[in-house]
Design a protein around this ligand. Structure first.
Ligand code: UGA
Ligand code: MN
Length: 244
């Protein structure tokens, strides 16, 4: 099956560095289609040029987050992930679904190549541990007799699916047979996006544990430090224009 990776991304000083790191990983994965969704009113020159040279099958989308939703404490990238879902559904509406697996790949996380081998065998919805998240070294689904029976987490253990966006994959078939499943703004509390989405397409009992019964960390919720631009000149001083 093809792996579809939906990546929301937005303009900031580290954007090209993040995308470079991500592309260097994805380029080593067979049959991966990258759906890059810019949080912007238009596709940017920087991302367009970058993708053209990335050497990966890709689709370049954009949708701006409404200003009222750009606030600390509110979920990020809701509209961008939904745009990726809409594109996938549109592309597959006429033919019987080709085998495919979808996952949500934020642009700042760290992905091992083994992770892609694991998720490729997803039948409906698969799950695995995520490192460096939830105020712990890792969070993970607790597995008994091959079934998920609970969650090891330090944060909001009341979540129906106590899992980060980086901790699951969904088969294309499930996405197509649940055409209304989307990420929601209304009534979605912080940290509940994953649960609110997964509730629409699966149950805890149905989840397929990967990564040796969820005992191996193959993805890390890394976050990039804010860059220090204290010495950036107020006006363009360099003799040429440099894209960073
Ligand atoms: C955590 C989760 O890991 C995310 O999946 C979740 O979207 C996020 O919380 C949330 O608060 O909604 P965190 O590291 O805090 O992640 O979030 P970011 O990595 O800053 O953002 C998640 C993704 O959305 C990234 O790919 C980022 O490039 C993108 N993003 C972020 C936008 O497209 N627009 C923004 O304004 C901010
Ligand atoms: Mn992040």
């Amino acid at each position: 099956p093809t792996i579809y990776a939906i990546t929301p991304t937005y303009s900031r000083p580290v954007q090209k560095a993040e995308l470079t790191r991500l592309a260097n990983t994805f380029r080593q994965v067979a049959q991966l289609h990258w759906i890059l969704v810019e949080d912007a009113a238009a596709r940017s020159e920087l991302v367009s040029r970058f993708l053209a040279r990335a050497g990966l099958p890709s689709t370049h989308l954009h949708v701006p987050t409404p200003r009222r939703y750009k606030r600390p404490g509110l979920p990020r990238a809701t509209e961008q992930r939904n745009a990726g879902l809409a594109w996938l559904r549109q592309r597959h509406q006429h033919q019987r679904a080709q085998p495919g697996v979808l996952f949500f790949a934020d642009d700042d996380n760290t992905y091992s190549l083994e992770l892609f081998q694991e998720m490729r065998t997803t039948r409906k919805v698969s799950v695995w541990p995520v490192g460096l998240v939830g105020g712990r070294r890792y969070e993970r689904p607790l597995v008994e007799n091959g079934k998920v029976v609970g969650w090891y987490t330090g944060w909001r253990a009341d979540r129906p699916f106590a899992i980060d966006m980086a901790g699951f994959a969904v088969s294309l078939q499930v996405i197509l047979s649940n055409p209304k499943a989307v990420f929601k703004r209304h009534g979605s509390q912080p940290g509940m996006q994953e649960s609110d989405f997964l509730k629409q397409i699966t149950t805890v009992e149905e989840l397929e544990p990967k990564a040796n019964n969820c005992t191996k960390v193959l993805v890390w919720h890394t976050r990039t430090e804010k860059v220090n631009l204290a010495n950036e000149p107020k006006y363009h001083l360099d003799t040429v224009k440099i894209e960073v």
